[in-house]
Write a protein that binds this ligand. Structure first.
Ligand code: PLP
Length: 457
């Protein structure tokens, strides 16, 4: 009999996070301040607590996970590694398809892996309130959950389109004590400015981030900070617990190493979390194909330039060296809200630049078709973001069949889609189109960054 679930004992949970920066052949380009020089820790101090800034800038390979953080993570970690045997049988593929099931966390995705340590470090630093953005609502609910456990207030700016599409996420946030408003909102000067200029905008993560940062830095008490759910180095770091667990579990399953690793990439965190411990193996000579997947509607890695750009629309963040569609990009209202981000984590971007990763883009109809096949074989209903990883896993399993090769495929099941059913309804009603960003729109959006510095100049 084929094992369908591979569990790791609680005592075998990884006790340290892995920092890819220590092993990259070339150091990534540093974030730049408004003066065009690399940012210093004190320049970030009004936005993040110093203990997280230290992690953000760390080049240390292994960083201890505090015991109190592990105590919270034990609520759902170690997360199961599962084998998609029913999908394998349907596809008649010789490939063995494994997936790390991050949907078992209380809010239903990988996001609490970083929400918990971020809330914990802020609390430790004496902070009383966190502000944040959320796309699909997974991050907002994860941070609300984490703040509730450690005892912080939480304010969430939710991208307008998701706010309307996913009303149940708002209730989850409320239940955990989070205060969620639609972005752009009337609550910040940037939100009001955008509403004046674009009253019907669906919003974007870039706008919501600007609002959340403005809210945090304008608090006169100095007790509010901002938390980001993806993109930054410390977020990638916290998520590596996924890949570190998966490595141990693959060994338990009798596999030497995966041939193919896949994760959907919005800001890059669940992809990085699963793949970075294996990217280290690849740097050291392992033959692994590592694929971040994204929507053709928001094709940051596959069509954007690698350039310095701001992380938000109002340019309140430092300039980050990353693949980007331009910070003024407002992506089409596709249902994978968490993948509608103009940029990509600098560490993921750097690894793509170094040829360590091979990004691919899929349109939303293909992704929903894959999600439907998943639901009909494996049974579970995945998040629309996750369907971008499933589409690629199916493609690779079919390729293995054509080639007659027994490949080991590992992907990240980043979340469930039980709060995202309206997207499924539109798909089942035949109302979704195969969005692909046009050259014209891309060119227009890149206008906003033409004067920003090139990387390495
Ligand atoms: C379930 C799920 N998967 C993936 C993502 C994409 O984010 P990231 O690329 O940071 O993992 C999100 C973001 O909201 C999400 O909710």
């Amino acid at each position: 009999m084929k094992n369908k679930k591979i569990f790791l004992a609680e005592q075998d949970i990884p006790k340290q996070w892995y920092n890819l920066v220590a092993d990259l052949p070339e150091a990534p380009a540093p974030p730049l301040g408004p003066d065009g020089k690399p940012v210093t820790p004190d320049m970030l101090a009004s936005v993040f607590p110093m203990n997280l800034i230290e992690q953000e800038m760390s080049t240390q390979r292994w960083i201890d996970i505090p015991e109190e953080v592990l105590e919270i993570l034990y609520r759902w970690r170690p997360a199961p590694l599962r084998r998609a045997v029913y999908l394998e049988e349907y596809l008649k593929t010789p490939a063995r398809i494994y997936y790390k099931d991050e949907s078992t966390s209380p809010p239903g995705s990988h996001k609490p892996n970083t929400a918990v340590p971020q809330a914990w470090y802020n609390k430790k630093f004496g902070i009383e309130k966190l502000t944040t953005e959320t796309g699909a609502g997974q991050w907002g609910s994860a941070l609300s959950f984490a703040c509730d456990i450690v005892g912080l207030e939480c304010k969430v700016y939710m991208v307008r389109i998701s706010f309307d599409q996913k009303p149940l996420r708002k209730i989850m946030m409320r239940l955990w004590g989070g205060n969620c408003v639609a972005s752009p909102s009337e609550e910040t000067s940037f939100g009001r400015e955008i509403l004046r200029k674009m009253p019907d905008t669906p919003g974007s993560l870039g706008i919501a981030i600007s609002e959340a940062i403005e809210d945090a830095v304008s608090d006169k008490t100095g007790k509010t900070r901002y938390a980001l759910g993806s993109v930054l180095n410390h977020v990638m770091l916290h998520q590596t617990i996924i890949g570190l667990e998966a490595k141990k579990q693959l060994k338990l399953a009798g596999e030497k190493q995966p041939d193919i690793i896949i994760g959907c990439a919005g800001g890059g965190s669940n992809f990085a979390g699963l793949s970075f411990p294996f990217v280290c193996d690849k740097i050291n000579g392992a033959d692994i194909t590592i694929i971040p997947t994204e929507p053709t509607a928001c094709p940051t890695l596959t069509r954007g330039p690698f350039k310095y750009d701001c992380g938000d629309m109002a340019c309140k963040t430092p300039l980050l060296a990353m693949f980007t569609l331009g910070h003024s990009f407002v992506p089409p209202p596709i249902h994978a809200g968490g993948l509608r981000y103009h940029g990509m984590a600098p560490l993921v971007s750097h690894a793509v630049k170094e040829g360590l990763l091979e990004p691919r883009a899929y349109d939303q109809v293909k992704c929903y078709e894959s999600a439907l096949l998943w639901a009909k074989t494996e049974g579970a209903i995945c998040a629309p973001e996750t369907s971008h990883a499933i589409a690629c896993a199916i493609e690779e399993a079919e390729k293995a069949k054509e080639e007659g090769k027994e490949k080991v495929i590992l992907f990240n099941y980043s979340g469930h889609g039980l709060m995202d059913l309206s997207g499924y309804e539109s798909f089942l009603d035949g109302k979704l189109t195969r969005y692909s960003l046009s050259e014209e729109e891309l060119k227009k959006s890149l206008e906003s960054i033409k004067d920003l510095p090139e990387v390495g100049t």
